[in-house]
Design a protein around this ligand. Structure first.
Ligand code: PPE
Length: 306
């Protein structure tokens, strides 16, 4: 996915031209992966551009920073204002926001100085994360030989930059083997999640998704889908799943900010249900589309209008 530059990037309270948003090559965040970030989407609505669950994402950014002992130095309110202002300046009607908390250059060694946190927010247009074909016809997943980061190694609930070498190893291997994405397991063999998205299975109208204790990032889209599914009358169970339970599901789908809701066509070459997008997944995608585009006011509190 090639980046499309926009006009400005917000850095520590100032707007900087895209090409001038530089950091020193010796920042410890680059060397040791000590940084945290978020991914947030903005959508066009009848009332202008709206950012979806902005405060929830920025709160998670603060939570992730706390796990990594960094103080972003800007409150959730300040970062909300900066995000909105950035979208105004860049003129993006829809797109992706990427806040990043990282360490300033100045020390080296694996115990970096943690009181030098810097914050940047960039925004750019971002289309389909897994590709148009996967979005329409479903993605092909393969269980990865790489285990998902665990609570004893790299805490899965914090969105740390360095943690993504784990996701990247799995995703690169899956793509090289001809799949769209990797399905990562816990050391105990439970399904955790895809490389950058949570996973759901549907059987007899009931939704199943792995619990936070199975090494997932507790996704905001996951939470959105749980809420919408219950409103549509579905039972939702957060419980451990094995890969075989996905093989025999009626439907399965992935959720994430970048990915949105993507049907799963197959897992390890076993077609899930009838393949393609099943009826429950379709209904949830419609409900999600209505909410993010402000076509319903039931969840207007999830939208921050630019
Ligand atoms: N698990 C992981 C590991 C993950 O990275 C994401 C989001 C999710 C679950 C879903 O979380 P949420 O976006 O709150 O529903 N991945 C982000 C980054 C992708 C990327 O850097 O590439 C995203 O979707 O923005």
């Amino acid at each position: 996915m090639k980046l499309t530059p926009t006009s400005d990037i917000w850095m520590d309270g100032k707007f900087v031209a895209w090409d001038e948003a530089q950091v020193h090559v010796l920042t410890p965040s680059l060397h040791y992966g000590w940084g945290v970030y978020e991914g947030i989407r903005a959508y066009p609505t009848a009332r202008g551009t709206a950012v979806f669950r902005l405060r929830d994402h920025l709160r998670r950014l603060h939570d992730s920073a706390r796990v990594y002992l960094m103080d972003p130095g800007h409150s959730v309110d300040e970062l909300t204002g900066a995000s909105v202002e950035l979208l105004r300046r860049t003129g993006l009607g829809a797109g992706y926001l990427r806040p990043l908390v990282y360490l300033d250059y100045g020390t080296m060694g694996v115990a970096p100085r943690l009181d030098s946190a810097r914050v940047a927010i960039a925004a750019w247009p971002w289309g389909s994360y897994l590709g148009e074909k996967a979005e329409q016809e479903g993605c092909r997943l393969a269980v990865s030989s790489w285990q998902r980061n665990g609570v004893h190694s790299v805490p899965p609930l914090a969105k740390a930059t360095g943690a993504y070498v784990n996701s990247a190893l799995a995703k690169v291997a899956a793509v090289r083997a001809g799949y769209d994405d990797a399905l990562m397991l816990t050391p105990g063999g439970h399904v955790a999640e895809a490389s950058a998205a949570n996973v759901f299975a549907v059987r007899d109208g009931v939704l199943f998704t792995p619990p936070v204790s199975d090494n997932i990032l507790p996704g905001i889209t996951r939470d959105t889908v749980i809420t919408l599914a219950r409103e549509l009358g579905h039972e939702v169970r957060e419980q451990s799943l094995t890969r075989s339970e996905l093989y025999v599901a009626d439907e399965a789908f992935l959720t994430g900010t970048a990915a949105e809701i993507v049907p799963v066509a197959s897992v390890d070459d076993r077609p899930v249900g009838a393949g393609g997008c099943g009826p429950v997944t379709r209904r949830l995608r419609e409900a999600f589309g209505d909410v993010v585009h402000g076509r319903t006011d039931t969840h207007d509190d999830w939208l921050t209008y630019v």
